[in-house]
Design a protein around this ligand. Structure first.
Ligand code: SF4
Length: 394
């Protein structure tokens, strides 16, 4: 039995031509860091993100000049855009008029009910989804009665914070539901992972089917932030929770897209580009595997085809991993054995390893494009969903 839980049932929303929820693939999003008031810079970054595989890009719309730039951005975007708006309902109206594909907006933060109604009515007419996004860092202060209520239930600090996130989201949702609006997505972000897990778990247990957007808020710089995001988002996905993800890192957002796909690929929820298996090396390694692995990694970064490549340092684990991959290398003393589709292809000198691996990778892709599929090729490497055909009796 798989430890990855079946996905929570959710309604399907269309953000432009991207479908979120239901059985649709988990969508990778990011957020532009360019100034929205500069349409050329914003579009350049949106295109970079789209090239990296980002399927939806969020852009900040903090003021009227940013909203005024939207008609110069939205018609030229290669992927759907979500306008991130706080407090000012006229910005949302302008974004909708510009043809924006989605809004990120908490209706409870707009002061006048008639302003909320105007935005929601327009979004409904245009079938534009709204994401309610509550972040523990910016959520309203907890009222004393709520704290007392949770104390009566012997709630822990984690439960208290998580429940407050859920209730805050439900307050915003109620405003939309009262206006008969159901194109709603929800996120409940926190930096502390126990709070994040508890909040999403509680929300996912409620009787509604709103798609959930996952993210660890302010996860940090690339190294720590990627680990925190992978742990947070990955754990929730493994629990069957989540329809779209955004990794938040303090760096170029293209990196967020890369990390997002790595999380999905690790859980075998999506295939995109290469999966590389590389050993950490140890005292047995007798070639410069670090350099080779980094060179292969750089080569694979340009490849969009799903392909599994193993770069291994010796004959202990090398042949096993290499045989399981589409293309593999098991190094020895100054040389290495190249595998393709489980079969030994040739032995090459250390100086030829990189070019030999590249050639085999290109050949696999070429064969696939030409419809050449042999028995081993059909596995496309390790496929945990494939039935085991032969068992050896013991
Ligand atoms: S494959 Fe060989 S070199 Fe690499 S970590 Fe394992 S034992 Fe060490």
């Amino acid at each position: 039995m798989s430890l990855i839980a079946p996905r929570r049932k959710t309604r399907v929303l269309n953000v432009g031509d991207v479908k979120i929820g239901g059985d649709h693939p988990i969508v990778v999003q990011s957020m532009a860091t360019a100034d929205t008031r500069d349409p050329a810079a914003t579009l350049a970054q949106i295109r970079q993100l789209a090239e990296a595989g980002c399927e939806i890009v969020r852009i900040a719309v903090p003021d009227r000049s940013a909203a005024a730039a939207l008609p110069d951005i939205v018609p030229h975007t290669p992927v759907p855009l979500i306008a991130d708006i706080h407090f000012e309902h006229t910005l949302a109206l302008k974004a909708l008029d510009a043809g924006i594909h989605g809004l990120r907006l908490n209706p409870g933060n707009i002061r006048k009910p008639e302003d909320v109604r105007e935005v929601v009515t327009k979004a409904k007419v245009r079938q534009v989804p709204i994401r309610i996004g509550v972040n523990f860092g910016s959520v309203a202060p907890m009222p004393p009665e709520f704290v007392d209520e949770m104390a009566m239930r012997n709630a822990t600090q984690v439960e208290l914070r998580a429940e407050w996130l859920v209730r805050s989201a439900l307050n915003h949702i109620k405003i939309l539901e009262d206006l008969d609006f159901g194109l709603t997505k929800v996120s409940l972000k926190a930096f502390e992972l126990p709070v994040l897990f508890e909040a999403y778990r509680r929300f996912a247990g409620l009787p509604n089917d709103y798609p959930l957007h996952l993210g660890v808020t302010e996860a940090g710089t690339p190294r720590a932030g990627s680990v925190r995001s992978a742990t947070g988002i990955g754990t929730l996905l493994a629990l069957g929770i989540g329809d779209t993800i955004r990794v938040s890192l303090t760096t170029d957002p293209v990196e967020e897209v890369f990390v997002g796909y790595e999380i999905l690929k690790s859980l075998e929820l999506r295939q995109k580009g290469a999966i590389m298996i590389a050993c950490p090396t140890c005292g047995r390694v007798e070639v410069d595997l670090f350099t080779l692995a980094n060179q292969v990694d750089a080569f694979l970064a340009e490849i969009d085809e799903p392909i599994r490549v193993a770069v291994m340092g010796c004959v202990v684990n090398g042949p096993g991993e290499s045989r399981d991959a589409d293309v593999g290398l098991a190094a020895g003393k100054g040389k290495g054995v190249i595998f393709r589709k489980g079969k030994t292809v040739r032995t090459v000198a250390e100086s030829e390893m990189l070019e030999a691996l590249k050639a085999e990778i290109q050949q696999v892709i070429e064969d696939r494009r030409n419809g050449i599929v042999d028995e081993v090729d059909a596995t496309q490497g390790y496929r945990p969903d494939r039935p085991v055909l032969q068992l050896t009796a013991v």
